[in-house]
Design a protein around this ligand. Structure first.
Ligand code: NAG
Ligand code: NAG
Ligand code: NAG
Length: 498
């Protein structure tokens, strides 16, 4: 529900600060667990800038898990034919030096994920999420209200002050949780004094960029999602959101030598008319939503008394390394591309090789593993399906009562799932039922409950031996392979901090 009349005092289970992509998805995740959620968003209207342009497989897999219609969402995005190429050119109409594929969008990608990446402007994604939030009975969304402060009344009860932007009226909201989804520039985090520790590379290399949003029909040019333009007049990147209408041009400048006042509307128009082109990181939104999924099932586990509250602090421990790896890659991309401005053509081949990784980051998208001690030194365009604990369950196509699904669809987020190798593993399922476990474990048997259409999946995930099982957490990440009830109890105890 979207509301604009906030009463002076209200209660909710979870208060979410920030109604952008991450806030909206977090609300949808939590509402499924029957929690009441209130979102407060400071702005009455969203900015029209398209911002993020690509959504990755893991984010789409999470949408799919919460029952959002990803097929419909794809219809408001860019078709793969129009969005799968990066072009390195002198100008859009001029000489082309080279092209690279943009991420994995081809049909072969369906071997590793049910949901290949695609391009969509962030406002269209937000519209889609807002429609889902509007029709959700457990969520209320208030715009034009600002979170100001909170204090703890008693254990498990937080009281937040919320200010209505137009009238300045203060209201109070009581909740068990307050989640800040305000992103890197979050006000709430600053107000709570929670430090933001940017990567050292960011601090050393402050980057100033100008981004010009423009509408134009450029269908006369070849399709391309990123145009990397390098000409004597200007260097920068054009990002395509809709070939017939929606574009952004991004260029970098040095504030020591160039005053931001130079970028008048007239100047920007000229720049676009001469159409020169720079890719930006694509990880912000994608990281935020995987963060939200990790936190949501843990809150559910605490609320259901499956887990001790200590599980909530495993959130930082598990998610931070993933976010840091993403941020490092973004910094690397930015610095590499920034360096490109001083030396152009001779080094183009070398630059292209160095940048190929920027345009295929599949390992960061679906190959990350929770609890990994060291950052893997594999390139980010390398993905190898794995059954190691903490990995995302390996995708394969399956048939369930004649329906074509993904193995990921077997784990809907509401419970743990035990996948069994064959009938001889049924004894394991019976044993699980006979003991008093604190959690719900849903058991599914390969060959009868679901038929795997890729013969190598069972050995990849360790289910080719008879009488074996694979225990998967609600967030679709692997808890471990099991052959006995003792294995299951031990894995659960460690995971639930009990
Ligand atoms: C809202 O919460 C109830 C439990 O209170 C749950 O049964 C229902 O499925 C939730 N609705 C949605 C749309 O998630
Ligand atoms: C079958 O699964 C393996 C990994 O388990 C994967 O590498 C391969 O691409 C899949 N093949 C097809 C046709 O989906
Ligand atoms: C899990 O699989 C590994 C090899 O993949 C094996 O060494 C280990 O014993 C298995 N654990 C259980 C509990 O079956």
């Amino acid at each position: 529900m979207i509301r604009d009349t906030l009463v002076p005092f209200s209660k909710t289970s979870v208060l979410i600060v920030g109604g952008g992509t991450t806030g909206l998805t977090t609300a949808l995740l939590l509402a499924r667990y029957g929690l009441t959620v209130m979102i407060v968003e400071r702005h009455h209207h969203r900015s029209g800038q398209p911002k993020a342009h690509a959504i990755n497989p893991r984010l789409l897999e999470i949408f799919r898990q919460i029952g959002l219609d990803t097929t419909r969402l794809r219809k408001s995005g860019v078709s793969p034919e129009d969005g799968d190429t990066v072009r390195f050119v002198v100008s859009m109409a001029g000489k082309e030096h080279a092209t690279l594929p943009y991420e994995r969008q081809g049909p072969e990608t369906f071997e590793i994920t049910p949901e290949p990446l695609f391009n969509i402007p962030q406002p269209s994604l937000e519209d889609f999420l807002i429609r889902a939030v509007e029709s959700n009975e457990n969520i209320t969304f208030y715009r034009g209200v600002q979170w100001e402060s909170c204090s703890q009344l008693e254990l498990g009860v937080l009281s937040s002050n919320i200010r209505k932007m137009v009238t300045g009226a203060l209201m109070v909201v009581e909740s068990a949780y307050v989640l800040d989804c305000g992103g890197a520039n979050s006000r709430a985090r600053d107000l709570l004094g929670i430090p933001f520790s940017p990567l050292p590379q960011y601090v050393q290399k402050e980057v100033h960029h100008l981004s010009v949003h423009f509408n134009a029909d450029l269908t006369r040019f070849n399709p391309g999602t990123l145009w990397w333009i390098s000409s004597p007049r200007a260097d920068g990147t054009v990002i395509c959101y809709d070939r017939a209408y929606d574009w952004i041009f991004v260029t970098y400048y040095n504030p020591k030598t160039t005053s931001p006042n130079k970028f008048t509307e007239h100047y920007c128009r000229e720049l676009i008319d001469n159409m020169p082109f720079h890719p930006r990181e694509v990880f912000g939104v994608n990281t935020g939503i995987a963060d939200a999924q990790n936190l949501a099932w843990k809150i559910h586990a605490v609320e259901r008394r499956w887990a001790e509250e200590a599980i909530l602090s495993t959130y930082s421990e598990k998610r931070r390394p993933v976010a840091v790896a993403n941020a490092y890659q973004s910094v690397k991309n930015q610095i590499q591309s920034f360096g490109r401005l001083d030396h152009v053509k001779e080094k183009l081949d070398c630059e292209l090789r160095a940048n190929a990784e920027h345009f295929d980051s599949i390992r960061l998208q679906i190959g990350y593993r929770y609890g990994e001690d060291e950052v893997p030194d594999e390139p980010c365009d390398y993905y190898s399906p794995s059954n190691k604990p903490g990995s995302r369950l390996v995708h394969a196509w399956i048939s369930v009562a004649g329906q074509w699904l993904s193995t990921l669809d077997l784990v809907d987020g509401m419970s743990f799932v035990l996948l069994l190798s064959d009938h001889s593993a049924r004894a394991l399922a019976d044993a699980v039922r006979s003991i008093n476990l604190p959690v719900i474990i849903y058991t599914l048997c390969m060959g009868s409950d679901f038929v795997v259409l890729n013969a190598s999946w069972a050995s990849t995930v360790g289910l080719s031996r008879p009488a074996s099982g694979l225990l998967v957490r609600p967030d679709q990440h692997i808890l471990g392979n099991v052959t006995s009830v003792e294995n299951i109890e031990r894995l659960l105890a460690a995971c639930l901090c009990s």
